[in-house]
Design a protein around this ligand. Structure first.
Ligand code: PLP
Length: 392
């Protein structure tokens, strides 16, 4: 079949089984905590495969299942689990596979709460992590010990956009019998396919592009049946960070437009980036494929398209100048999330205090501002940036 129609089919029909729902075009919200049965054998049968049947909504629910089937298909995975946050998804996917004494290798500068999980929380349970510069695949190989169980990557990462060679990481992990996990939130399933590169598990903050409407916090893990079953039986059911049926329904609605949103956002981002790249008040433009990107070749090989998340370093002499730039923005809202219909600006300066912002201990420079490009016209966003840059 036409591959474009395949994508349309996944987003708009797959898993909806309208004949089971009185022909409802939009799926019903099964707002129920549990399901009843005629007799004990029927209960036993449902319990035997809790991941597929409807027994208790912490395990599975028909509305959530429709979403899970779409998420799995989008990533080319056998199955998927939906979570009540991206962090819940990352945590469950890691915790399912590590035990006391085990070791994880993770790329430098992962999403902040992924770092907290690996650097601060898991050591309390005897699991250690080595963070490596992932721009050179040999660093992963050098960090592997006989205790290593997992490699965690995020390509590109979501503040400074360093990429990792997913195929090289997957090959290395296979040679050592390790599980690989990739946070694919930046690219969305449309613009990068980690599983096709040999990665075992793909996680998403579905709060970002997958939902795309800034009204749901959600997460996803996609992977093979066996690994998903292991996550389900372990941390999914015990930690219980499940997506509610209503939020799953909103996510299904958000997914209807994923393809058109990503196409529009990529187009607008290219126009905004071209404006920023040549501007005298921009110290640096950070995004895959920016002028002078040392990873341009990897990006061209690995990414199928751009997303709308990029960072700029503005020519601000101090925090007050960053404040002036941000206060002057009108189209861009000041907010921390990204991947949605509205354009956002997130200044790293909001994490810093006046006394310490120039300290070399700060992992990111004070003049870094992350921009998430939304669905507004490029001309409006460029005019907004232009007049705000003039405040510097
Ligand atoms: C936001 C984000 C997360 C966490 O997702 P939540 O839905 O906020 O819990 C994980 N990874 C990346 C790259 C993110 O941007």
């Amino acid at each position: 079949m036409d591959p474009e129609y395949d994508l349309h089919y996944i987003l708009n029909h797959l898993g909806e089984e309208r004949e089971r729902h009185r022909g409802a075009v939009a799926p019903p919200v099964y707002q129920t905590s549990n399901f009843c049965f005629d007799d004990v054998p029927a209960m036993r049968l449902a319990l035997a495969d809790e991941l597929k049947s409807s027994f208790y909504t912490r395990g599975n629910n028909p509305t959530v299942e429709t979403l899970r089937r779409k998420l799995a298909a989008l990533e080319g995975a056998e199955d998927a689990l939906a979570f009540s946050s991206g962090s819940g998804a990352v945590s469950a996917a890691v915790i399912a596979f590590v035990s006391q004494g085990d070791h994880v290798v993770c790329v430098n500068r992962p999403y902040s709460w992924t770092r907290v999980l690996l650097r601060d929380m898991l050591p309390r349970f005897g699991v250690s992590t080595t963070f490596v510069d992932g721009t050179d695949s040999r660093n992963f190989a050098d960090a592997i010990t006989e205790k290593t169980r997992m490699i965690v990557v995020e390509s590109p990462n979501s503040m400074t956009f360093e990429q990792q060679d997913l195929r090289a990481v997957a090959d290395l992990a296979k040679a050592h019998g390790l599980i690989t996990l990739c946070d694919n939130s930046w690219a969305s399933p449309l613009h990068q396919s980690p599983i096709a590169c040999g990665i075992d598990l793909v996680v998403h903050s579905a709060t970002k592009y997958l939902n795309g409407h800034s009204d749901v916090v959600a997460g996803a893990v996609c992977g093979g049946h066996q690994l998903i079953q292991q996550i389900f039986r372990g941390p999914f059911m015990t930690l219980g960070a499940v997506l509610s049926p209503h939020d799953a329904w909103l996510m299904i609605r958000g997914l209807r437009t994923l393809e058109v949103r990503m196409a529009r956002i990529a187009q607008t981002t290219a126009e905004v980036a071209a404006f920023l790249a040549g501007h005298p008040k921009i110290r640096q433009l950070l995004m895959p494929g920016a002028p002078g990107d040392p990873q341009a070749e990897l990006g061209a090989r690995q990414l199928k398209g751009q997303s709308g998340l990029l960072s700029i370093r503005v020519a601000a002499d101090d925090l007050a100048a960053v404040d002036r730039f941000c206060a002057s923005l009108e189209c861009f809202l000041l907010a921390c999330s990204w991947g949605s219909y509205e354009s956002l600006a997130f200044p790293v300066a909001c994490l810093m205090k006046e006394e310490s912002y120039r300290s070399t201990a700060n992992p990111l420079p004070y003049d870094l501002i992350r921009l998430s490009i939304g669905l507004e016209p490029a001309s409006a966003l460029i005019a907004d940036l232009e007049s705000s840059l003039a405040q510097l």
